[in-house]
Write a protein that binds this ligand. Structure first.
Ligand SMILES: [Zn+2]
Length: 361
């Protein structure tokens, strides 16, 4: 397997970055469609309009229906064709981003991502999660390239509810440990390549940044303020975690998330919250040193990530069997683990994580 490294062609981040949206995208085309979440439309549109003011470029905004579904992607493709759009931009969270990425891919156009929260790895990766119109999971699309540009307006991220930044830290917490597990078994990355030293360095830096700045950033964003620690965590959640996971691969943490989507009582638990709890379970499966497990649990507690089953929404522990079965289905990234993992082993690890978590609370 050849080693492979992929990333967005351009990454821009900082206070009021959207005021420079035009400067950073003008070479891509002269007609832009902004696929927006409802809140993204309200927050970002004034800045984008200001940036594109008096330029000979056509811009149009479209609020999408909230799910990156096949029907919604079809609708966006019609808008692209009817208006001869040359560049597709996403404004919002994971679903808006996945809708825009898929639209651009099918129409053979460049895509620019302008996230309004730092909650997931979606902005920088070269893949999308697509749903059916009824909201059920449909498929992943793996793209031949990552976005042409990712522009992160830190002022917008810092003003968003803190739960998004915290969930993003949960998603980022898995990155290093999942990549480390893939490296041990020579498993391919999400881009289906061998893991580079560069990817591992990003994953390691992601973890170190969470520890150095996670708690400070959480306190700042609770007050809606932007500090250097917040900037560092935005970069960790968006770039280091996204590019790290893309090129470093996934293991137990993300399979635990997929498994728990089978439990309706966990429906409102955010992706990153489950990834964080799944990371503790992974460390138990690996029988990692107690020092390392304690460090991860204490970090989770400090920023408000879950460390028990109750905190991810589980009421009846027996139902965790259902999640463990789903997490171990063929094709799941949990099978990248050394010696593989059975549903029973995962169930035991989830319960052990829960017990351990309770002793720290
Ligand atoms: Zn994730």
């Amino acid at each position: 397997m050849l080693k492979l490294m992929r990333a967005p062609a351009k990454y821009v981040q900082g206070k009021d970055a959207l005021f420079e949206a035009y400067e950073n995208t003008k070479d891509l085309g002269s007609s832009f469609l902004f696929v927006c979440s409802r809140s993204g439309y309200k927050i970002a549109k004034p800045k984008i309009e200001k940036s594109f003011e008096n330029k000979t470029v056509k811009i149009m905004f479209e609020v999408f229906n909230g799910i990156s579904s096949t029907g919604e992607i079809e609708r966006m493709r019609r808008i692209v064709k009817e208006n001869k759009i040359q560049v597709v931009c996403a404004i919002g969270g994971g679903s808006a981003i996945d809708t825009a990425k898929a639209t651009a891919y099918y129409e053979n156009l460049p895509v620019v991502v302008m996230p309004t929260v730092a909650a997931t790895d979606a902005p920088c990766t070269g893949l999308s999660v697509i749903y059916n119109d009824d909201g059920s999971f449909c498929k992943y699309i793996f793209y031949p390239k990552n976005p042409e540009a990712v522009i992160v307006d830190s002022s917008i991220i810092a003003a968003a509810p803190v739960k998004f930044l915290v969930a993003g830290m949960g998603d980022a917490l898995g990155t290093y440990f999942e990549a480390r597990a893939c490296l041990k078994t020579n498993s391919p990355s999400l881009e289906n390549g061998g893991i580079t030293k560069s990817a591992m360095a990003l994953c390691k830096l992601c973890y170190e940044t969470l520890f150095a700045d996670g708690y400070k950033a959480k306190l700042a964003v609770e007050q809606g303020i932007l500090t250097p620690a917040v900037e560092n965590i935005i970069e960790a959640n968006t770039y280091l975690s996204g590019v790290g996971a893309d090129n470093g691969g996934l293991a137990v943490s993300h399979s635990v998330y997929n498994g728990f989507t089978a439990l309706e009582e966990c429906e409102s638990t955010m992706h990153g919250d489950l990834v964080a709890f799944g990371t503790i379970a992974q460390l138990i499966i690996e029988n990692a040193p107690m020092e390392e497990i304690a460090e991860v649990i204490e970090f989770c507690i400090s920023v408000g990530l879950p460390v028990t089953l109750a905190q991810v929404g589980v009421k009846d522990v027996k139902r965790v069997h259902i999640a463990a079965e789903k997490a171990c289905m063929p094709g799941e990234s949990i099978h990248n683990m050394l010696g593989d993992v059975t549903p029973e082993e995962l169930y035991n690890a989830l319960l052990a994580a829960d017990t351990l978590g309770k002793t720290f609370l």
